[in-house]
Write a protein that binds this ligand. Structure first.
Ligand code: COA
Length: 171
């Protein structure tokens, strides 16, 4: 592991290959946590990946870099429909094993919160599995509160697929 604290910055087109590789690591480690499958990710073209990660007025993906290596990511996206346009959605948070428990996820979230304020958002929502103890502890420690704990329709009998929605209201 690098000794210096990782640098956090928005990803850009030249980060597409590193992002794609990290995303595959994330899906392999925790397939139930991420909405897409390895097959779907592998089918994405470089143009699609660039569009997914490059910052616009409505989205940004932040990466944490240890030296040249991308070791963590998270995305923030504005809800597209008018009644919810002041709401943001935090997605895709992942930190590689070797860099965990050193505060990187907390720093990524703080960066995303600053960005949300700059985008004029009034709240940030996210979903995580009810069994994802570390993520729920992380989100609680950064001010998110659970607002919903409903089973997915297709997974009423399967606790491992249940999700909790959490929200951070930006004062
Ligand atoms: C959850 C995850 C993002 C945490 O990343 P991280 O960089 O290790 O987290 P941080 O070091 O910033 O931890 C901040 C706080 O979160 C909580 N936390 C993080 N990991 C934890 C764990 N394994 N067990 C309990 N609490 C944990 C703690 O409150 C921690 O504060 P502390 O270290 O002062 O006790 C990381 O474990 C991960 O990538 N997991 C797999 C993917 C995933 O579940 N992503 C979330 C999708 S919703």
């Amino acid at each position: 592991m690098e000794s210096a604290s990782p640098i956090i910055r928005p990803l850009c087109a030249s980060d597409a290959a590193a992002y794609a590789s990290l995303r595959l690591c994330a899906i392999d480690e925790a397939p139930e946590t991420f909405l897409s499958t390895r097959e779907e990710e592998e089918k994405r073209t470089i143009d699609e990946i660039e569009a997914r990660i490059c910052a616009t007025a409505n989205q940004v993906v932040f990466g944490a870099f240890a030296g040249e290596t991308l070791v963590a990511v998270t995305g923030l996206r504005r809800y597209p429909l008018r009644p919810a346009q002041q709401k943001g959605f935090l997605w895709g948070l992942f930190v590689v094993h070797t860099h965990r428990r050193s505060g990187i996820a907390r720093r990524l979230i703080a960066t995303a919160v600053d960005q949300a304020r700059a985008m004029g958002l009034t709240q940030i929502a996210l979903n995580t599995g009810v069994e994802n103890v570390s993520a729920i502890a992380l989100y609680r420690s950064t001010g998110f509160e659970a607002v919903e704990d409903e089973p997915c329709e297709a997974a009423i009998d399967d606790d491992t697929d249940r999700e909790v929605e959490m929200v951070l209201r930006l004062g």
